[in-house]
Design a protein. Structure first.
Length: 361
């Protein structure tokens, strides 16, 4: 039986010579934590991290160089056709599926909506918390970038997720991803299309949004829907029919998975039969359907508006969850941030061992 493959994306490290004359956002000469002293962080290398070069200096760095341009190496095409790339992309540790007291896997009635991450990052045998991650990496990210990341996290939700089934065009997939990111829908699920079909490549529509989403791949609607129900979601397929409910009549404050289907055939019969409800967007013209990427955008936008009207806001993460997701985003910011964190963990382990040995004297 196949299992879900979870994607948590990071861009590749950028190796380049820094020549920007702009001053650093921070003057980093020391850290308050005893674990945060890195010999390689001289004033010279610190300036390089923030795009500032001392007079007369000439150097290169492969540390956390900040840029407004994200790497496009991990494209939607590569992600959905090369699952062997998935394992190395994980960041924070993920939760196991919830188990009810009766031993049945599932969130159970009245359970809080699903949040996938533990407050834990592993570097070998060393465990690092989200607070440590933020404290360590904060000096390496430009202020404007940090503000944007923090704003995105504050507007994220796992109460709403998007499921795309059997899409054959990367342009539609990546456009749906971009809409999800823009509307604060953090969790996206992809049910694979018929293996005889090939995606038509469009590598640029998503504008790197897949890097910031939690994307899970599934082999069938049954596999995907079972996992989502276990996490507490109801399954809403988008299709026309006598039992379809207008999207404007639904209560979107409930944890809901929105399912959109194939560009030509729509949602499969299997998905329709396994769903909890059917919904549709009222059409006022001569045609009876939108393009799938347009439909997913309209559905998510209305859901966000409805949630805001009912709840007062769309983003609904608890403070602890926001901190964990912020740490996750910091780790996704650049691949070089992982190297910095591993160096921190190495020194944390060394300090712990030194303290242990000292205590035995």
């Amino acid at each position: 039986m196949s299992t879900s493959k979870t994607l948590a994306f990071s861009s590749l490290a950028i190796h380049k010579t820094v020549k920007s004359p702009s001053p650093p956002f921070h003057q980093i000469t020391s850290f308050s934590s005893p674990f945060l002293h890195f010999p390689f962080l001289s004033q010279r290398s610190t300036s390089a991290l923030h795009g500032h070069k001392p007079p007369g200096a000439s150097f290169s760095t492969n540390l956390a160089f900040d840029s407004s341009i994200d790497s496009q190496e991990d494209t939607v095409a590569q992600i959905l056709t090369k699952p062997d790339r998935i394992e190395r992309l994980m960041k924070m540790q993920r939760r196991k599926e919830p188990v009810r007291e009766d031993g049945v896997t599932g969130a159970g009635a009245g359970a809080r909506r699903w949040f996938p991450y533990l407050d834990l990052f592993r570097s070998g045998e060393i465990e690092v918390s989200s607070k440590e991650i933020i404290d360590v990496l904060d000096p390496y990210i430009m202020e404007a970038r940090k503000e944007r990341i923090q704003r995105a996290v504050s507007n994220r939700t796992y109460s709403l997720c998007l499921v795309v089934e059997g899409l054959t065009d990367f342009g539609n997939v990546s456009a749906a991803f971009r809409s999800a990111d823009a509307l604060g829908v953090q969790s996206v699920h992809v049910i694979s299309c018929d293996s005889s079909k090939r995606y038509r490549d469009n590598r640029h529509v998503s504008m790197g949004s897949e890097k910031w989403l939690d994307i899970e791949l599934w082999d069938s609607p049954a596999e995907c829907f079972t996992a989502l129900r276990n996490r507490g979601y109801r399954i809403a397929t988008t299709c026309l029919g006598p039992n379809s409910v207008s999207v404007y009549e639904l209560d979107w404050s409930r944890p809901t998975a929105i399912v959109v289907g194939n560009e030509n055939m729509g949602i499969s019969e299997e998905a329709i039969c396994l769903s909890d409800l059917h919904c549709s967007i009222p059409m006022r013209g001569m045609i009876d359907s939108f393009n799938v990427s347009v439909a997913s955008g309209i559905l998510m936008h209305h859901a966000v508006c409805d949630r805001t009207s009912r709840l007062g806001c769309h983003g609904d993460l608890a403070p602890g969850e926001s901190q964990i997701l912020l740490a996750e985003f910091y780790l996704r910011h650049r691949e070089s941030t992982i190297g910095i964190l591993h160096e921190y963990a190495k020194r944390k382990g060394h300090n712990n061992m030194h303290s242990f040995n000292f205590g035995r004297l």
